[in-house]
Design a protein around this ligand. Structure first.
Ligand code: HGY
Ligand code: MN
Ligand code: MN
Length: 411
């Protein structure tokens, strides 16, 4: 049977709607988890799912599910991603995975196709970890990696608590609504890197996700007056922290090309022009395909930072906020993505993901895979994030074809 294709004009409408909910200048999106913008987008997504005839439910983490009944009660096929964004996010990260799943359901409805297994589409709560750290709280909670108590007590920078914010937006529901079992999970997502674009390849059959660590470094010195305090007498937390960050960058430059290190968050106390910084707290995001290389880098670097702190007579504390090892997806799902791309005549290649995704924790829950689409200039987590319509159309067709095959799998 010739592969079906989606209704791109209809899908484009949902993408354009989403692009307005939390819109910021330069085509960006700021739709932080559990914000009023997230609430508005969730409510619209819920409406679309109901219109598509899905049984909608929300679990206690705020994960949203829409179930399309199949012929049997066998474990369902699950597809989806996340609708929350970074503060300076793009219009496609996570969004495409949720809206392509919705469009695939709508297309199955158009053709009145009844699948052997039920299909559930999902919007996971708090994938980005930009507001409530760490990331993947919804999928991680579902997979049993994070306890309900841990997730509920996470606080944002304004000390707002996850549990209260989730209730506030009206998406805190029942534990019994959690997804119980799945035959497989498939997530369509933008690559957020340059490989597919550089090689002019349409579809990425993702093999897995790199390991990553989120470290927090606290440097405590002594505050003082910016003027009369002689330099040799200072215990300046900012000068110490910046020399540490410079060392981290140098050490990363000496490592192999796969290591990435990012200092994305830095807070200074008291943060006044004419006060010597007393305390600096900064984050270090470390990623590598080889878990041993990542862990060795962190252990060696922590030792050097402690030496640097002693030289500067400041205190140093480090805390591992979150870390995950490299995960490899299920061969059957990776193969299905490649096969569906071939059936549709789209170029494709296998690759690993440098970005984290809900598929990371869903891989603990069921046979999991991802479909990648090209990111223009390899950019993401910026307002200018862009994936071209033609790629979106083709990616959604691959998702649809893979869904039909996986949902009709009788094993
Ligand atoms: O951090 C990540 O890689 C993901 O975008 N949350
Ligand atoms: Mn994402
Ligand atoms: Mn992201």
């Amino acid at each position: 049977m010739k592969p079906l294709t989606i209704n791109f004009a209809r899908m484009k409408e949902t993408i354009e709607y989403s692009a307005k909910v939390g819109e910021i200048p330069n085509n960006g999106l700021c739709r932080l988890a559990l914000s009023k913008e997230d609430k508005a987008m969730r409510e619209q997504f819920q409406e679309w799912m109901i219109e598509a005839g899905l049984e909608v439910r929300v679990d206690d983490f705020g994960n949203m599910y829409g179930r399309r009944k199949g012929q049997t009660n066998l474990d369902p096929l699950v597809v989806g991603s996340h609708l929350d964004t970074q503060p300076n996010g793009g219009r496609f990260d996570g969004v495409l995975g949720v809206l392509s799943a919705l469009e695939a359901i709508r297309t199955l409805n158009d053709y009145e196709i009844e699948t052997y297994r039920s299909i559930e589409i999902v919007n996971f709560a708090n994938e980005e970890g930009a507001r409530f750290e760490p990331p993947l709280l919804g999928s991680g909670g579902l997979a049993g990696v994070f306890s309900k108590e841990y997730v509920y007590n996470r606080q944002d920078r304004d000390r707002k608590v996850f549990k209260n914010e989730l209730a506030e937006i009206g998406f805190k529901s029942d534990e019994k609504n959690r997804l119980q079992r799945a035959h497989a999970f498939l997530e369509l997502h933008i690559e957020q890197g340059p490989i597919l674009e550089n090689e002019r390849i349409t579809i990425g059959a993702v093999e897995g996700i790199k390991g990553m660590s989120w470290l927090e470094v606290k440097v405590t010195g002594e505050g003082g007056h910016a003027g009369p305090t002689p330099m040799p007498l200072r215990k300046d937390a900012m000068m110490a922290a910046t020399s540490m960050i410079a060392h981290i960058e140098r050490k990363c430059a000496d490592a192999d090309g796969d290591l990435t290190v990012t200092v994305g968050r830095l807070d200074v106390k008291p943060g006044a022009v004419n006060c010597i910084p007393e305390k600096v707290v900064f984050s270090v995001d470390v990623r590598h395909l080889d878990d041993e290389i990542r862990e060795k880098f962190i252990a060696e670097e922590k030792a050097v930072l402690h030496e640097m702190a002693a030289d500067r007579k400041v205190d140093l504390e480090t805390e591992m906020l979150w870390e995950v090892d490299t995960s490899t997806f299920h061969e059957d799902i990776i193969f299905q993505v490649s096969k569906s791309a071939e059936r549709l005549g789209y170029s494709n290649r296998r690759l690993y993901s440098g970005a984290g995704h809900d598929a990371k924790y869903m891989n603990d829950f069921t046979a999991t895979g991802m479909i990648f689409l090209s990111s223009v200039d390899g950019k993401s987590h910026v307002e200018s994030e862009l994936t071209l319509d033609d790629d979106i159309y083709k990616g959604a067709n691959v998702l649809l074809d893979a869904m039909i095959h996986l949902a009709d799998n009788k094993e």
